[in-house]
Structure formats: C-alpha cells, structure tokens
Design a protein around this ligand. Structure first.
Ligand code: UGA
Length: 439
C-alpha cells in the first residue's frame, strides 16, 4: 500500500513515520523546501522523544520519503492524509485555507480511486467542503474519478506521540462508504491486531469526537482549577480533594491536577473553535465559554499570588522561572501559561531569569532580550527574590533546600503545578504558595 501525508508538522510527521514503521510505503509532502531538505538529511524540526530515531530508521529502510512534489505523491497514492495546519483565525474559528488548498490539489492531480482523509483538527462540516473542492477541480479537468472523503482525528499528546500512535486508546474513523472503511481497516490493521479498538462512524460524528474529547479534557482542568481556588478560600487542600474525588471510578483520577492553566496548540484553540462552531448554528456552549474564561484567569493566578506576597511592589524585583514549555517533554510554548506570567511580571517592572530543559530557543523567539536566560536551574536563582515554577519537568522535582537558600534573596517559592511538599517547604523555612493549597 502506498500513502501520502500532506503536511509535515507535528501530526503529519508522526502519522507518516508510524505508518512507515508498519511496512507501508509513505511519502510525506510539504511545500516548505527547507523543512523537506532538513528532513531528508535526518534533521527533525520538532522535539518529540523517539521520533528522530524512527524517522531515520524508516528512511534507511526505504519506506519513508520526503518530497515537495505534491503532484507526484498524489498520483502515486491510494490514500492521502491531509495533515496541514488549521491556525485559529482572528475570531477563534479554525482557518481552513490550507486544508482546502490540499483538497484542490488532490482534485487536480489524482489519477485513480483515492481515499482522502482529514487528520488535521477540522471543524464539523469540513469533509463536505473537502469533497466539494475535489469535485470542483475534477470538473474543471473534465474527468470523472471516484474518491471518498473520511475523517480520522488524532489523539496524540505531545511528548508521548509515538506511543499514543502505536498503542491508541481508540482509533476514530468517519466514512461515507464501505470501500473507504475497507481501505482504512486495512491500513490500521497492525494497530488493531493487538486489541486497540477502531470505531467506525459517520463523518460529522468523527469530526465532533475530536472537539468533544479535547473540550471534555479542558473542562476537567478548568473544573479542578476553579475548585482549587475555592479550596484556598475555605482552607482545604486540592491535592486531598483530587484524591478524594478521583478514586470514584465515574470521575477518574486523570486530568484533574490543578495548576497554572492549560496551554498548548490544542486545548485553547479547540475550545474556542467549538464555541464558534456552535455560535454559527445559533447555539451557545455556555459550559465551554466558562472553561475558556476560567483558564484565561488561571494563567494569571501565579502573578496574583506573587503581587500579593510582595505587596504589589514588583518593580526592581527579580524572579527565577523554572519551566517555559506548556507542559514537560516538549519545547512547545504555544499558549503556554509561562508567556502570560512572564509578560505580566515584566510589565510590572520586574526582572525575569528563566530556565527550561528544552524550550530555551523557543523562549528566545518569544521574549528576545527582555529576559535573562540561565544555563541551568540553579544559575537563575542567584539573587532572585523568589522561585516561580511553571512547568513540572522531572528535573525540578527534587529541591536542594541548602542551595536554594544560599542563592535566593528571599526564601519564597511559587509552585504553579503543586509538585513540592508543602510541609517540607515550611520545615525548611520557606514561604510556599501552591495552587489550591492552604497551610
Ligand atoms: C491534547 C490531548 O491530551 C490529546 O489527546 C490531543 O490529541 C491533543 O491535545 C491534540 O488535540 O492534538 P497536548 O496538547 O499534547 O494533548 O497536551 P496535554 O498533555 O493534554 O496537556 C494539555 C495542557 O493541560 C497542559 O498545559 C497541561 O499542563 C494541562 N493539564 C493537564 C493540567 O493543567 N492538568 C491536568 O490534570 C492535565
């Protein structure tokens, strides 16, 4: 079987590489020549554990190819994945320009029956538009060729993408015909053989599943953050409450960790996009509006705590920030709480020194020379007024109190992910601020 994956971003690259690993012949296509020539020479544009090795392995075995030649890759494939970006437009709705351009190219270049699958996160109703775009191009060519559109959303987590792809909780596929279902069954067989379920459904349901899944997960986070804020007022501890509710199997103990808010390229964008979709049908998703608002506020909560501790005098103060990426094991800083927090600190006249194990180069793009970049976690602590932990990288988990005390000007720690032991902090004489925890 030969397939093409158009778009070599995060989703496309992981998808193409993992399918190649099953022995399928995969061509990854992108219009970005620099990106493709880098990929050809084994340079991976994103940080994803295990991906570089897998790409190299499959390129060497001759079943993973990179090209800018869209035409050739479409002509030679039985199935095309559309995995290009859908950036949020100004009003928060997903911009489909790139997806529809690929659909047009499919219509222009296809030579045989094709299954065209949307893999990018696209609004409900996109498959219909993709189909229309392909049909339109075929009509212009004056040819009649059979094709099917399908929706196959991805549920990869950054930092764990390979494992998520290889051992999926479920594979969701929306199709309109049995023929398309057959092709996709065959393609996913290596993954379903070891018990991972594939769920076939209609196209709008598959498109909706993606948004509903991310919206549900975002809801869990905003819910727990809201309860955490109340915990502080009533003198409760969110860590206890989390365990208390999480042991109820109906609630579950995953994704109920309070923190400085959710970030990344998915949750914020998808929550906003589904709200927009609903609006376009004259319906208000009131719960998700609240989820989004709570999260915007939650990103500011650490700054609020910092301001209160320093009695609104942040001017001239220096803050050591640990962790910049929106979560550990990625260099991605899109919608990261760190961006909001650091910008606010700078605006209040403070100096910020940062350290992140992998996101330092991304931080340079965001902050330029408005902040200082440390060479290791302890370097940024020198003469800082407080430590602010934003992203819970494993290397930040064990604190050396002696060094901390020696380097920091004040014994103050703001813990945006509740990773430190509150009692231990107090025993060591530190002022400690977590999220939803009271002394
Ligand atoms: C998310 C989903 O988890 C994936 O299933 C989905 O495929 C992906 O979006 C997507 O749509 O592409 P991802 O954005 O990589 O994956 O990150 P998550 O691991 O889900 O974390 C998102 C944010 O939630 C992070 O900022 C994290 O710190 C925060 N979070 C997570 C919490 O604040 N509390 C929790 O309990 C869990």
């Amino acid at each position: 079987m030969k397939i093409a994956v158009v778009g070599t971003g995060y989703v496309g690259l992981v998808t193409g590489t993992c399918f190649a690993e099953t022995g399928i012949n995969v061509t990854c296509v992108d219009i970005d020549e620099t990106k493709i020539s880098k990929l050809k020479s084994g340079i991976i544009p994103i940080y994803e554990p295990g991906l570089d090795q897998l790409v190299l392995q499959n390129v060497e075995k001759g079943r993973l190819h990179f090209t800018t030649n869209v035409r050739e890759s479409i002509e030679q494939s039985e199935l095309v994945f559309i995995a290009v970006g859908t950036p949020p437009g100004e009003d928060g709705s997903a911009d489909l320009r790139h997806v529809l351009e690929v659909a047009r190219q499919v219509g222009r270049f296809m030579t045989n029956y094709l299954v065209v699958v949307t893999k990018s996160t696209v609004p409900i109703g996109t498959a219909v538009k993709v189909k229309a775009a392909i049909q339109d191009e075929l009509q212009k060519r004056g040819v009649e060729l059979d094709f099917d559109v399908a929706s196959n959303p991805e549920f990869l987590k950054e930092g764990n993408a390979i494992d998520d792809f290889m051992k999926p909780d479920r594979i969701v596929v929306g199709t309109e015909t049995e023929q398309a279902q057959k092709v996709l069954s065959k393609l996913y067989k290596p993954f379903t053989l070891n018990g991972h379920p594939i769920l076939f459904m209609d196209v709008p349901s598959a498109e909706m599943t993606k948004y509903a899944a991310n919206a549900m997960l975002a809801t869990k986070i905003s819910f727990i953050n809201d309860i955490a804020n109340l915990c502080e007022l009533v003198g409760a501890d969110i860590s206890m409450v989390r365990q208390g509710i999480g042991s109820d199997a109906r609630i579950g103990n995953k994704f109920i960790y309070a923190g400085a808010g959710y970030g990344g390229s998915c949750f914020p964008k998808d929550v906003k996009a589904i709200i927009k979709t609903a609006e376009s049908y004259g319906y208000r998703l009131r719960l998700l509006e609240a989820v989004d608002n709570i999260n915007e506020d939650q990103k500011k909560i650490l700054v609020k705590k910092i301001s209160q501790h320093f009695k609104n005098h942040l001017e001239g103060k220096t803050f050591a920030v640990w962790g910049l990426s929106f979560k550990p094991h990625t260099d991605d800083m899109r919608e990261a709480p760190s961006v909001v927090i650091i910008k606010k600190l700078i605006k209040a006249g403070a100096k910020v020194k940062v350290y992140d194990p992998v996101a330092m180069h991304e931080a340079q793009k965001v902050f330029g020379n408005t902040i200082e970049y440390g060479k290791d976690p302890y370097d940024v602590l020198i003469d800082a007024d407080a430590l602010v932990l934003i992203t819970e990288w494993p290397e930040f988990r064990i604190l050396n109190y002696k060094i901390l005390e020696k380097l920091l000007k004040n014994k103050v720690v703001f813990d945006g992910r509740n990773i430190y032991d509150m009692a231990e902090m107090t025993e060591n004489g530190f002022d400690y601020y977590g999220i939803g925890r009271t002394n």
